[in-house]
Design a protein around this ligand. Structure first.
Ligand code: AMP
Length: 644
């Protein structure tokens, strides 16, 4: 069966990417003409004979990487949607230059190789992570178009569950640059669950929802997510997937184990432990690469065999020969597995309020490293469950993306996706406080609106500052964007600005502001200029807990100061205008009450920490009470003036 306008699934991975399709036979990987499923996520730029710049993507770029060390771009996913500063920790792991582009974004700076200009000077170009990812996506798109015999224009792309708004937006933009309409972005663990059909066939009649863990151990990263799957309302209705928590380590994986095996091999071959490290460092680059490759091959063989003999040429006349056994591997991998299980415990802890003491219903294995028997065994023991491992762990995420694509295509109706907003979204209010509009952990799609006004007379432009974070003050949150809404001049407090936050099913944010009296509207796209790493998300959460009390007080003081100022201004204006209609004693008493509040406001404004919140509240209330008569007079007079 062929689909008109098919939607493909794409796993855009840090190391490898895949493209999939779901037809009447179910989801399947679309291989390249050589029959290879994986496309290495590696890109190089060459000068073509016609002078244009051509992207070399995948196996060729990877195989030729040693010849083009500075110009080969790998692991670009680590820079997606992030600022140069956010990406700092990644730099030691990358072989190419990363510079700062517009809006502080991280960009790759690489030479363009010109085969015509032997050893001549190379021109350098700067590419955004979106553009580099687009080269990978284009390759997958043409692979799919050729295999399906129809142009492919739509795709579902997977991203890590902890990807924030900016990172998802960047992934979406990469898709667009590759000529793809990204109809949905879904979390990788959700895709893995879909591939196993874990959302299918659930019904309300079965009772409670299911919760599962997705354990994803790849070459360079480890992620664990706890998901909840809720059955739809009625029979055949789609189920909901919700990411309850995530944890992991963006620099932990099979590569670390390969290094330990290399050191083991060197010491088996006669080097004492310390000397092995020195010897490894002294080896020429290509010999070291061969040794790592030999270690990896031995690791793979040991998934099926009990011992592996390794032979590796280290240089002219120098060969290394050693044996690694399953027992050796178990010992070497133990610390790594231990670290992943500690992260699993953390994810379970974070999801505990939602789990309410109920045990998990399943564990899904993702990533090449979960082929290792030791990993499977330890994960099984930790969760007390036989993991789902029937589907190729390198393909399971991509296959799930195809399942989601077929749901969107209308071919299946058995699952719907639901992810959560990782950090609260809000807007800056007067005095630098933050009004949260959408709270963290709200499921997407989400929509919320808040009313705001002005604090200064005759403002003609209202500045709206959109923020992400858990803290109470704007300076402590992450700025996502600033825009302004033009309004006709009005007294302070009169404009009614409705700010509407919408997060679509992909977790992408759009903010709209409308002034209700004038009907003026600003439709703003928030183009986030940088993203957050998982570490940062964690730090932000920790900070918000640590500063919760202090932040609350500060927010309270700022609000009190702002509102008191508005009151004082209003009363000052009315006193100037209608004060003569009050008796002398009332006028003097009102002025004294206002002075008392003003003194407290000024002190609080100078130093919020020493502000006396109770005294401020009392003084403000006293002014409210003391100005009742003045308000009555003002209303009567303005009615008279209006009718006169
Ligand atoms: P991924 O990043 O998901 O492609 O995972 C790649 C990692 O899985 C690398 O460290 C591989 O060496 C490892 N891997 C792949 N196949 C096997 C296998 N059969 N046994 C053990 N590890 C494997």
């Amino acid at each position: 069966m062929s689909l008109a306008d098919p939607i493909i699934g794409i796993d855009l991975g840090t190391t490898n990417s895949l493209v999939t399709i779901c037809d009447s036979t179910g989801p399947r990987v679309i291989p390249d003409p050589a029959g290879r499923a994986l496309l290495p996520s590696v890109v190089r730029y060459d000068r073509a004979p016609d002078g244009s710049i051509r992207a070399v993507v995948g196996h060729d770029a990877l195989a030729q990487a040693p010849a083009f060390p500075q110009g080969t771009i790998a692991s670009i996913k680590r820079l997606m949607g992030r600022s140069r500063r956010d990406a700092e920790a990644e730099l030691p792991h990358l072989s190419y230059d990363v510079i700062e582009g517009p809006h502080s974004t991280a960009r790759a700076r690489v030479p363009v190789y010109d085969p015509g200009a032997r050893d001549g000077p190379h021109e350098w170009i700067v590419r955004s992570p979106q553009e580099v990812s687009a080269s990978i996506l284009s390759e997958l798109r043409s692979r799919a178009s050729a295999a399906l015999g129809a142009p492919v224009q739509r795709a579902v792309i997977t991203v890590p569950a902890y990807f924030d708004d900016a990172q998802r937006q960047a992934t979406r933009d990469a898709g667009r640059m590759a000529g793809l309409d990204v109809v949905r972005i879904i979390a990788e663990p959700t895709a893995a669950a879909l591939a196993y059909g874990l959302g299918a066939g659930l019904s309300r009649a079965d009772g409670r929802e299911r919760t599962i863990a997705v354990y994803d151990l790849g070459g360079g990263t480890f992620d664990v997510s706890i998901l909840r799957i809720t059955p739809g309302e009625g029979a055949g209705e789609p189920a909901f997937f919700q990411v309850l928590s995530t944890s992991g380590d963006t620099h932990l994986g099979g590569d670390d184990l390969d290094q330990s095996i290399v050191l083991h091999l060197l010491s088996e071959a006669g080097d004492p432990a310390g000397a092995a490290l020195a010897r490894l460092a002294a080896l020429p680059g290509d010999a070291r690469a061969r040794l790592v490759e030999a270690a990896r091959e031995a690791k793979h063989r040991l998934s099926n065999e009990h011992a592996a003999l390794v032979r590796c040429e280290l240089g002219p006349g120098r060969a290394l020969e050693a044996t690694v056994t399953r027992e050796d591997l178990d010992r070497l991998s133990s610390p790594l597995i231990e670290r992943t299980l500690a992260a699993c415990a953390g994810a379970l802890r974070d999801a505990a309020p939602a789990l309410e003491g109920e045990p998990l219903d399943g564990v899904v294995l993702v990533g090449g490293m979960t082929r290792m028997p030791a990993v499977r065994e330890r994960v099984k023991r930790f969760f007390g469950l036989d993991p789902y491992a029937g589907i190729d762990p390198d393909q399971v995420v991509a296959l799930g993306a195809a399942v989601q694509a077929s749901i969107l295509q209308g071919a299946r109706r058995d699952a719907l996706l639901l992810d959560v907003i990782p950090l609260s979204l809000g807007i800056e209010t007067v005095g630098g406080a933050v009004a949260k509009v959408i709270m963290r952990n709200t499921t997407v799609p989400a929509r919320a609106r808040e009313m705001f006004s002005t604090s200064v007379d005759n403002q003609t432009a209202i500045r709206l500052h959109v923020l992400q974070g858990e803290r109470e003050m704007a300076g402590d949150c992450r700025s996502l964007g600033v825009f302004s809404l033009r309004v006709p001049p009005m007294p302070a407090g009169m404009p009614q600005v409705e700010v509407d936050f919408g997060v679509d099913a992909n977790g992408v944010l759009t903010v709209t502001a409308t002034e209700r009296r004038s009907g003026r509207r600003a439709d703003v796209q928030i183009v986030p200029n940088h993203g957050l790493s998982r570490d940062e998300v964690e730090r932000i959460e920790r900070d918000s807990l640590a500063h919760a009390r202090e932040d609350m007080t500060r927010h309270q003081v700022v609000d009190l100061v702002t509102n008191s100022r508005l009151d004082l201004k209003w009363i000052g204006d009315r006193l100037a205008r209608y004060g003569s209609l009050l008796d002398d004693a009332s006028r003097a008493s009102l002025a004294a009450t206002a002075d008392a509040l003003r003194a407290l406001v000024e002190a609080a404004d100078a130093d919020w920490r020493s502000a006396d919140v109770k005294a401020l509240q009392a003084a403000k209330a006293a002014l409210d009470r003391g100005s009742v008569r003045l308000q009555e007079i003002a209303i009567t007079q303005s009615l008279r003036e209006g009718s006169g």
